[in-house]
Design a protein around this ligand. Sequence first.
Ligand SMILES: Nc1ncnc2c1ncn2[C@@H]1O[C@H](COP(=O)(O)OP(=O)(O)OP(=O)(O)O)[C@@H](O)[C@H]1O
Length: 481
Amino acid sequence: MIKVNDLTGGYAGGEVLKGINFEVGKGELFGILGPNGSGKTTLLKMISGALDFSQGSIDLDCRPLDLYSPKQLARLMAVLPQHSDQAFPYTVKETVSLGRYAHQKGWFNSWRGEDERIVQKVMEQTGVTHLQEKSIVELSGGEKQRVFLAQALAQQPRVLLLDEPTNHLDLSFQKELLDLLKKWAAEEELTIVSIFHDLNLASLYCDRLLLMENGEVLIIDTPVEVLKEERIKRVYKTQIKNHPHPEIAKPQLLLVPEADSSHDADFKIDARFLDVGQDRIVLQSPVKLRTMSSGITGAGIGWHSSFVHRVVPMEYDCSDHKVEMAEYLQENGFLPSETVGMMTAVPAETASYQLFEADGMSIFIIVSAGNTHRDSPRNINTWLFINGRISEEAFIQSAMTAAEAKISVLHELEGSGMSNAGQLAGISTDSICIAATQQGEAIAYAGTATPLGKLISEGIYTCTKEAILNYRASKPAFGYK
Ligand SMILES: Nc1ncnc2c1ncn2[C@@H]1O[C@H](COP(=O)(O)OP(=O)(O)OP(=O)(O)O)[C@@H](O)[C@H]1O
């Protein structure tokens, strides 16, 4: 639908764009990204015919742009510029109706039922029908933006050029507008080229992205290929982290603020923060830790500062243990949103905990072990606190390394009586929490052969063995066979 070939040009002061090449297909939602001043608006102005270029060509529907008359172009293409200002205090409906100009034979005297129907439809789609009698100068920035979008849509274009369309829009209108554009692109084969400053919205909605740098095309590809962490850090000269969206397969980029200098890089989690009571084990960290856990509250990946291992009677039975656990935490002064909360019938007194240090690294481990039901073989709960800044891979590898160390203890203590590793691994309610301070040197890996992995293996082995032996020694006191 749009073919840009070797496009070069700029303003009186000099060339801004240098040798731009790309094509946009019918029905495609195509995003243009780039830092301030990289040439995005200049490119959009040239495609719209508002700015001449010195070299190259732009074809619309296989025909050079300069062969279209202004009115022909307006029937084919609509533009929503970055700052839509209107000098005259027209009403909203009048402003939207201006979009029908390209389809008029004369002017308002030739207003047809079809024009009225389209104006009403686009006002409804953009949520401005209720404002139609208001003067445009009385509207908020977001309302104006929607009115000018309605005006562009009233043109019934086949190509829509947008310069930051979500500028001024609140969260729900951003989503509504982009959902609508996506729908039009798919259902009505509307070709949309849009500049985005919000890389995350561009990632969610665009089929392909063009990333500009200094007036040139750096890359054109799908969002997942374009929005690579290292590339965006370099081009935008800022710290970001790339993180997959939790619901759909699109990347999202998160800004990383300057480190909080009040935070102590040598901060360590150890027994100072632990409180082992009769009916619970609590670790309270003064700072939030990055966590990966199978807790009842705080499950999955998150940031938490309280860790509560609650001991419940063997008979504990509750239809909604998540709600009941949240109530328990609240009643006992813990914020559920900041707490990894686990529940077990394993006695707290038999838990084993210790700080392990080697190679300038340290980890603090707490393991509890015992029977949770008379007929279940065992239940082993593991908390692993890593005093370091670990990668996502290292989180996963820490869990693997910890599980392997746990199984080796079970082999050693009960191996001959167990037929397979699955049986040895305990019961399905075994829980694990890996928490890291995310301070200090980066640690990339935690497999068994790495320094951190070795420390985890040793620590989990030692604490798991001690917790099982403690439990065995205390068994009569708890009345289990
Ligand atoms: N009317 C103009 N006359 C002269 N130079 C201009 C004009 N408009 C833009 N420029 C220059 O062209 C370059 C590219 O500007 P452009 O507006 O295309 O960038 P952009 O990527 O859209 O930036 P932003 O993200 O800030 O909107 C900048 O160096 C800018 O100063």
